[in-house]
Design a protein around this ligand. Structure first.
Ligand SMILES: [Cu+2]
Length: 244
């Protein structure tokens, strides 16, 4: 807040008392703190809560060995600092910034981001009510959950894996003329805005060769895989044969 105090004295005493703490806070960073990126970004862009003193506000990016990865000095304009980056190979990078507000208040900070090709992109899908059925004698148990797609694009589930299962299959149960049958499914589409339930008697996961981790009352990790190569790790509660 760069509030000039050209006010009558009484008003100035009230209004100018507040902006005395005009530190510039980092409001938005790109790449964000802790971001996993598939490729190195061309630049770092930091946005602050206050107008900055350009000559004293700067950002630098260093690799894990401390090498400067900027192509030159950063540039500060208004409440933003930009730094163009060299080509970043995979690795951990540290961003350090110093911001001086126009009233000379100084603030500083730092954060890391990671460049890792093949880093799984976050899936927009929301999973709820996820559970796996534990059956005796190593019998394959079903996995059930609700998938909601809040995005504007169709999402396609193409597979699942779990360290707790030798193999995790996509299945569908159907009842035809009183006979129940189960078949492999290659993929399940979740249209934009839609919710798809994996439930007994319909779509389900099938945990083949369950390990000892599949124990009633426990939890196991299942990773859902989608056609856009995004993955979603989900904790499944393990229930007994009766679904409780
Ligand atoms: Cu099945």
């Amino acid at each position: 807040m760069n509030r000039r105090c050209l006010l009558p004295l009484a008003a100035a005493l009230v209004l100018c008392a507040i902006p005395a703490m005009a530190h510039a806070f980092l409001e938005k960073a790109d790449p964000a703190a802790g971001a996993y990126l598939n490729a190195g970004p061309a630049k770092v862009e930091l946005h602050f809560s206050e107008a900055l003193e350009p000559s004293f506000s700067r950002v630098s990016v260093a690799d894990a060995d401390g090498h400067d990865m900027g192509t030159g000095p950063s540039t500060a304009t208004a409440s933003q600092i930009d730094l163009a980056l060299k080509k970043l190979p995979p690795g951990l990078y540290h961003v350090t910034w110093q911001a001086v507000a126009l009233d000379t208040h100084r603030s500083q900070g730092g954060y890391n981001f990671i460049v890792a090709p093949g880093a799984p992109a976050a899936s927009p899908v929301i999973v709820s009510e996820a559970w796996l059925r534990a059956l005796p004698a190593g019998l394959p148990g079903g996995g059930y959950f609700t998938l909601r797609n809040p995005s504007l694009k169709k999402v396609t589930l193409v597979g699942a894996s779990s360290p707790a299962c030798g193999m995790l299959m996509l299945h569908r149960s159907e009842t035809m003329s009183g006979m129940s049958s189960m078949s492999d499914v290659e993929s399940v589409d979740i249209p934009p805005g839609a919710t798809v339930k994996f439930a007994p008697g319909g779509y389900h996961l099938m945990c083949m060769n369950p390990t000892a981790a599949i124990k009633q009352g426990g939890r196991v990790l299942v990773t859902l895989e989608f056609s856009d190569h995004s993955r979603l790790p989900v904790q499944f509660a393990v229930r007994g044969a009766n679904g409780k």
